[in-house]
Design a protein around this ligand. Structure first.
Ligand SMILES: NC(=O)c1ccc[n+]([C@@H]2O[C@H](COP(=O)([O-])OP(=O)(O)OC[C@H]3O[C@@H](n4cnc5c(N)ncnc54)[C@H](OP(=O)(O)O)[C@@H]3O)[C@@H](O)[C@H]2O)c1
Length: 239
């Protein structure tokens, strides 16, 4: 089985400029991984890249503006990562949002926005990335589902449907890469409430929330396991 040290790996973290994605990016870059962070808000991405690169004293985080709902922009992003950095080893599907509309209020626009961002975009990123990972016989795909991917909540039915769907797609993907014998692992995070507003290392999370650093630590642990070991669905809740 192919093995590659983290310092030689290239990651793409969608939504890496803020919240959970930013914490993942910091942990990966601290371990020596080159990380491209991608989402719509160029100013947020540039600010995060600057901040983390200054902290690390090295240029390891690179911003790229794209909209996950646009197929052409997804293909361009994946092409850019491979051309600029030579590879794509870790794909973190983290971009996501919720539109709080109860079942009797769901609008077509709200439904499509959630599905296109959380599910369709993730599928297209996987599809664009997979040929490179299969050719390399190496890769890790990390999907951020939610506690709402395992339980239904009346205030966010479209979000629940997208996060349940993400887990179903990931399971089929896992079967696909296993059959291809491709040395590609697929991990899913299913967190409960994560306090992305109090992200400083010393900050106390709000009651009922967990500190975002726990997700970053878990990501690095999951990646550190031997190549034939997959920590499948990782559920993290406040006790
Ligand atoms: N925080 C929690 O309690 C919690 C719990 C369970 C699961 N999650 C999941 O964790 C992931 C990260 O959420 P977060 O809490 O860290 O909130 P967040 O900071 O709002 O992160 C969401 C990210 O998605 C990006 N995004 C949204 N629409 C996009 C689009 N059209 N194209 C590209 N990127 C887009 C946003 O960047 P731009 O606005 O720049 O595009 C943002 O960086 C989400 O998938 C969320 O569902 C969060």
């Amino acid at each position: 089985m192919t093995y590659k040290a983290l310092k030689d790996q290239i990651a793409l973290v969608t939504g890496g400029g803020s919240g959970i994605g930013r914490a993942f990016t910091e942990a990966l870059a601290t371990a020596g991984v080159t990380v491209v962070i991608a989402s719509r808000r160029e100013d947020v991405l540039s600010h995060t890249a600057l901040d983390l690169n200054l902290k690390l004293g090295a240029e390891r985080v690179f911003p790229y503006a794209f909209d996950i709902r646009e197929r052409r922009e997804i293909d361009a992003l994946v092409g850019h990562v491979i051309e600029s950095h030579g590879d794509l080893d870790i794909l973190v599907n983290n971009s996501g949002l919720a539109v709080p509309e109860t079942v009797d209020q769901i609008s077509e626009d709200g439904w499509d926005k959630v599905m296109d961002t959380n599910l369709r975009g993730m599928m297209q990123l996987v599809r664009a990335t997979l040929p490179q990972m299969i050719a390399n016989e190496f890769g890790d795909i990390v999907n951020i589902s939610s506690q709402a991917g395992k339980h239904g909540y009346a205030d966010v039915p479209s979000y629940c449907a997208s996060k349940f769907g993400l887990l179903g797609f990931a399971e089929a993907l896992r079967d696909h890469v296993r059959k291809a014998g491709a040395n590609i692992r697929v991990f899913n995070f299913c967190p409960g409430l994560v306090d992305v507003e109090n992200a400083a290392p010393e900050a106390a999370p709000r009651p009922g929330f967990i500190h975002v650093a726990n997700l970053a630590r878990t990501l690095m642990y999951a990646l550190s396991l031997e190549r034939n070991v997959v920590l499948e669905d990782i559920s993290l809740y406040a006790s």
